[in-house]
Design a protein around this ligand. Sequence first.
Ligand code: NAD
Ligand code: TYD
Length: 341
Amino acid sequence: MNIIVTGGAGFIGSNFIFYVLKKHPKDRIICLDCLTYAGNLSTLAPVMNQPNFRFVKLDICDRQGVYKIFEEEHPDVVVNFAAESHVDRSIENPEIFLQTNIIGTSVLMDACRKYGIRRYHQVSTDEVYGDLPLDRPDLFFHEDTPIHTSSPYSTSKASADLLVMAYHRTYGLPVTVSRCSNNYGPYQFPEKLIPLMIANALADKPLPVYGEGLNVRDWLYVEDHCKAIDMILHNGTVGEVYNIGGHNEMKNIDIVKLICKYLQKPESLIEHVQDRKGHDMRYAIDPTKIHDELGWLPETMFKDGIRLTIQWYLDNRKWWENIVNGEYQNYYNEMYGKKGL
Ligand code: NAD
Ligand code: TYD
């Protein structure tokens, strides 16, 4: 198969490329990524010279550029990871989220319509369902839970999902959508909770927990997410949405304390800072459908995944120290300065 992977220089996209090239060595991957602050070409160094891998620096909103790649490569499958992905940034500046996440998606789907495709897969998020109350642990997101977004980020992702389903119904485009819970693992940009806390703890810097830290996320090791997408591509039903989650709900504060424990750092580093605006309380996925239909189950327990992740950040300091010491420092000072850190 010829697979276009967009956003492959980011966290999940790069892990997906590694997963597919290992599992299906006969597949060819064309990675489209415009290398925003979150994209890192060095991440793809291990595969850059493989004959069945091609990297193209391209914005998915660039219609002519995208059409040209379709003409050159005749892809069988498109997997769209490319997105602005950080909720806090979407609260500061929503517009780029609408541009990349909605318009970019529409350009890709137009290309699929124009040139034909066997499958277009949209990588979405459980955040499109909004949040659940902390006092109702019996409630979970199902595929038919109404979309009820909170942040500009989740709203842009939900809009893209609706557009994808509309292209399926209106034009018969063979699409699938997956909505996954919070991922963690190697190559995650240090602005997100887990890598940010690891990097700060290693530097003995304050660990900024929003509000009381009681918000709950359902954490999934990134490789399990990649495996689920691969299964959907091969055996999923066109026109369907699949929820992906690990039944691994944890409070933010407990995660931060666990990281302190593993790194042997004092919990006194924890600082409660101003809460995120519109902060979702709890995300929790019911993954029954993908389990029953495709046989998917998460394989990495959180206690193992978090160790692997911390070890990866210890072993790959250069990767994230380059980021933390660059332009990101300005973002960090501005964002966390406003929060009172
Ligand atoms: P990321 O921010 O680490 O990576 C995004 C990548 O997309 C970067 O390489 C960036 O350069 C690229 N990109 C951004 N705008 C682009 C554009 N206009 N054209 C081409 N490339 C562009 O994100 P991630 O955490 O790897 O998330 C990947 C996808 O998975 C996103 O669609 C996100 O919504 C979804 N998702 C993420 C999580 C999570 O926990 N990280 C959970 C569920 C769903
Ligand atoms: P994040 O990794 O940004 O993912 P998302 O907002 O998509 O779930 O944040 C995970 C949780 O951690 C969320 O409840 C916000 C919280 N958080 C902090 O408490 N401090 C931080 O510095 C960050 C980045 C997040």
